[in-house]
Design a protein around this ligand. Structure first.
Ligand code: 1SD
Ligand code: ZN
Length: 258
């Protein structure tokens, strides 16, 4: 494998395969989900979350590509035809320019303004690095955002914290967060898509179990724009933090529902 010598900001997504060959393999993420081609799978039952309702303290960081927030590994998800229990590790976001198109996955060609990924690893692993060495070692839950007329008060604290994360490598501690507060209600999480893909950033490792929820989370335009106050390493506004959709090569995408 080629060593990553340059980060994903100094070389755009089109040349990521120069950084790591996996980025041009054929089960890459994100993808455009063509709903009429999805396969209904009755095994895609509702998820069982543990810890998601508890308040926790998170270290948030501008890592030069996005903002990440740590999650206690005691928080887990199972069910939804996942092959085991997975521990939450961190969540982060992908966005566009000033509240316009910025999600990674698209649905029938529609790109949402933002997408959150909650990255999980199988419970027997102690690091993402180790979990990524195994097929299905990592499971990512993806959530879309939609623009709404009013601010989403559940995101007040998190968005306020972005003001402390303008420069690359800045970190801040945020307490009193709860994942279930940031997510759609459980009854709005029963419709989702499932496929096997990859990390959306180098090294683009494949074998990642993707779940993309249908129901978007509302945020006001101002709240969406707040993410672009972060800066890349070169001091420019952090915009377009998404990888464009990759060819799906006819691999199956399943959908839950009845
Ligand atoms: O882009 C993230 C990356 O920042 C890192 O969190 C990685 C897991 O080590 O996951 C990718 S993604 O596929 O969740 N976008
Ligand atoms: Zn991501």
């Amino acid at each position: 494998q080629t060593q990553v010598t340059c980060d994903s900001q100094c070389k755009g997504p089109d040349s990521w395969h120069e950084l790591n060959g996996d980025c041009k393999k054929n089960r890459q993420s994100p993808i455009n989900i063509v709903t009429r081609k999805t396969i209904l799978d009755h095994k895609l039952t509702p998820f069982i979350f543990s810890g998601y309702q508890e308040a926790f303290s998170s270290t948030m960081k501008n890592n030069g590509h996005t903002v990440t927030a740590t999650v206690p590994q005691s928080f887990t998800v199972r069910g939804g035809n996942l092959e085991s229990t997975y521990k939450a590790v961190q969540f982060h976001f992908h966005w566009g320019v000033n509240g316009s198109a910025g999600s990674e996955h698209t649905i029938d060609g529609e790109q949402y303004p933002m997408e959150m990924h909650i990255v999980h690893m199988k419970e027997e692993f102690d690091s993402l690095k180790n979990a990524l060495m195994v097929k299905h070692g990592v499971a990512v839950l993806g959530f879309f955002y939609e623009k709404s007329n009013s601010a989403n008060s559940k995101y007040g604290k998190l968005i306020e914290a972005l003001t402390k994360l303008e420069s690359t490598d800045a970190t801040t501690m945020l307490s009193g967060l709860s994942l279930s507060n940031l997510l759609p209600s459980e009854e709005n999480m029963t419709n989702y898509y499932r496929y096997e893909g990859s990390l959306t950033t180098p090294n683009c490792t494949e074998g990642v179990v993707w779940t993309v929820f249908e129901h978007p989370i509302p945020l006001s335009n101002e709240q969406l724009v707040a993410f672009t106050s972060l800066k890349f390493k070169d001091g420019k506004p952090m915009i377009k933090t998404f990888r464009p959709v990759q060819p799906n090569h006819g691999y199956p995408v399943y959908r839950s529902g009845c």
